[in-house]
Design a protein around this ligand. Structure first.
Ligand code: FAD
Length: 317
């Protein structure tokens, strides 16, 4: 079922979360345990991230290093299928420009079609760790909107080489990313919203926000996008603050501000257990306020935060 149908038919704010495929070689059991600890809160859908390949350097001795390309977290499609089959919960694999050629994307779409997975989150993807700015693959894409166009053609039964499918199937529907505090590469928020509108016109049915800790920024963003005629659901992406080191890590990694009150409360904690509790309380208040404003769904970023999300979900659902 489409994500917009899933959240619209829910009378209260829907619960959903994002998980990462396991690190290569670590098995899927821990992931199942995480899902089981959040299952009682009735997740309407679960997103599965995708991670491009990276260069890894192996020390061969004598000062010689061998450079290999590998994916640390492969398996998005398989994990999505495994979860959907095991728990009968809709899964939303992320599909990226970053690190993928058009043909590779086509094979991913075919695999998903055979597996009956039709909801996607369409993203450009992060730059590679060794790059200072995003570089598309040769025969890949520079922006999410180009990937949307490939999916739209696929939905109409056209492959990337222009040939036609003999059999078409249930079309893919998809959401995209958005940034209440603007994307790091955008010169200003209006430019970022301009491109968001283009993504909506190209077929995005909803948008999920980058994480944020100040609801005011989300409310102002929603107001701005409505003013330019963007009427799709803007789903807040939320992650409980967890530990002191995140005071610098979160702004640096996600390019978002941490509010003064949260920062002061975290700095006053004597250890990370206390900081975690501060984060849970902050998150509960954030979610309650978002719910009062009638947001259709709250989407939790779960990496390293499953236990905190459980506490938050217990309080709000
Ligand atoms: P785009 O829509 O391409 O936008 C990138 C920048 O270019 C923006 O500044 C935008 O304003 C501008 N822009 C957009 N279109 C155009 C255009 N046609 N011409 C010129 N400028 C344009 N990363 C991963 O690697 N894996 C994941 O699984 C993943 N999941 C995510 C989930 C969510 C909910 C979010 C918010 C982010 C996620 N990311 C993930 C990170 C994301 O890939 C990065 O933030 C990336 O830098 C931008 O992706 P995008 O889809 O917003 O890109």
């Amino acid at each position: 079922m489409r994500i917009t149908d899933l959240i619209n038919k829910n009378e209260r704010t829907a619960f959903s979360f994002e998980i990462l495929p396991p690190l290569k070689g670590t098995g899927i059991e821990k992931l199942y345990k995480d899902i089981e600890s959040l299952k009682e809160f009735d997740p309407k859908y679960i997103n599965i991230t995708t991670h491009r390949s990276e260069y890894v350097y192996t020390d061969l001795g004598n000062g010689v290093f061998q450079r290999n390309r590998q994916r640390r977290r492969p398996g998005t499609v398989a994990v999505a299928a495994a979860i959907q089959n095991k728990y009968n919960i809709t899964t939303v694999p992320h599909i990226l420009c970053s690190g993928f050629t058009r043909e590779e994307t086509e094979y991913v779409l075919l695999d998903l079609q055979f597996l009956g997975i039709t909801d996607l989150l369409v993203l450009r993807g992060d730059k590679a760790k060794h790059e200072s700015s995003f570089i598309p693959e040769e025969n890949g894409y520079a922006h999410a909107i180009e990937l949307q166009e490939q999916i739209n053609s696929f939905n109409q039964g056209i492959f990337v080489d222009g040939s036609e499918m003999k059999v078409t199937n249930t079309p893919f529907s998809y959401g995209v990313a958005c940034y209440p505090e603007k994307h790091e590469e955008s010169p200003n928020i209006d430019q970022d919203i301009y491109w968001l509108k283009k993504k909506v016109e190209a077929g995005a049915e909803y948008a999920v926000t980058q994480l944020f800790y100040d609801n005011q920024k989300y409310f102002e963003f929603v107001e701005k996008v409505r003013q330019v005629g963007i009427n799709i659901p803007i789903i807040p992406g939320i992650k409980p603050f967890k530990k002191a080191s995140q005071l610098s890590m979160i702004p640096k990694t996600f390019k978002v501000d941490l509010p003064d009150d949260l920062t002061k409360a975290a700095l006053a904690c004597k250890d990370d257990n206390e900081a975690k509790q501060v984060g849970v309380e902050w998150c509960i208040n954030q979610c309650r306020e978002l719910m009062q404003h009638g947001v259709p769904s709250i989407h939790f970023y779960s990496i390293g935060a499953i236990d905190s999300i459980r506490e938050v979900a217990k309080a709000i659902y």
